[in-house]
Design a protein. Sequence first.
Length: 359
Amino acid sequence: MIPAAGWRMSAAMSILSRPAVPSPRPSALANWLLLVAVLVFTIVVVGGITRLTESGLSITEWKPVRGIIPPLNQAEWQAEFENYKRIPQYTAFNLQMTLEGFKEIYFWEYMHRLLARAIGVVLAGVMLVAWWKRAIPAGYGWRMVGIFALGGLQGVIGWWMVYSGLSVRTEVSHIRLATHLIAALLIFSALFWTVLDLRRLARDPGSPPARPTALAVVAVLILAVQIMLGAFVAGLRAGYAFATWPKMGEEWFPTGGWTVSQGLANLHDNPIVVQFVHRWWAWVAAIAALAVAHAARKRGQVGPVHAVATLIVVQIGLGVATLLTGVDIVIAIAHQAVAVLLLAALLWAGHGLDRSRVS
């Protein structure tokens, strides 16, 4: 009989040992990457809360490592508050803010950055363990490295966004905000598509990675434009321009809403135009998504078809409710969260249209 200490040592050595030959584990790897995708979804939601509560500029320094530890005493909190007092947002809007009020906005930005670090650590850990155990299927190693590199780039984009609001401006650039969001969703999409590929590989060991059809690609790009417009709406506070639907006030498009001198810049800098385009591009995105769902239905899919159709209805309803409530924060955050879920459902449906499986 092996002593308990010896058994524990043997088990530890077994866990730490590296297999002599590759032993791909697509199902286990898919589950871990799905966890990372859930974390990315969470950070997108927290990022939305951060924007709507005007919390994004509460931390004025980029400390990738030291920033893990929040202020721990009154002196440290006061030092952080003094840093915030030096930026234009405080002078313009928050001169009456107390230290307790500052702590409230600091919380959301801190959680946002903490989640970003957690995503990086978890993804790095999954990659390293999977590499050491030789569990990564052939062809997927570089894809995971690419996703990790995108995560690093996203950290740089995040600070680039914050930096735009530390001098002159009283908020971050809405263009940089949209870039930050789209980059996050690119990472989410890469993770989710890889999860779908790995799960199919687990079911069919000879299955190659899925190749998206043109219809699926176009639909995802159309939805990406709509999400980008949503970021413009949030960054410009364009949701407050008109709290009526389907008309904007008494008109379909308000008289004087288009500023001639701005030209095409109206499409990304004019709050009225941005809200108008976001309202109506939603229907283009819905039609494109339904076209993918229809194609998926003809291929015998059920789950993704129902998911796409249901989420389109919910998302349009939340969009209208966001306007009619004057941008109620809970509804607005739900609107952003469902946009990501709709993207996932569309990817799920599009994955089933894989060109490599068309006879």
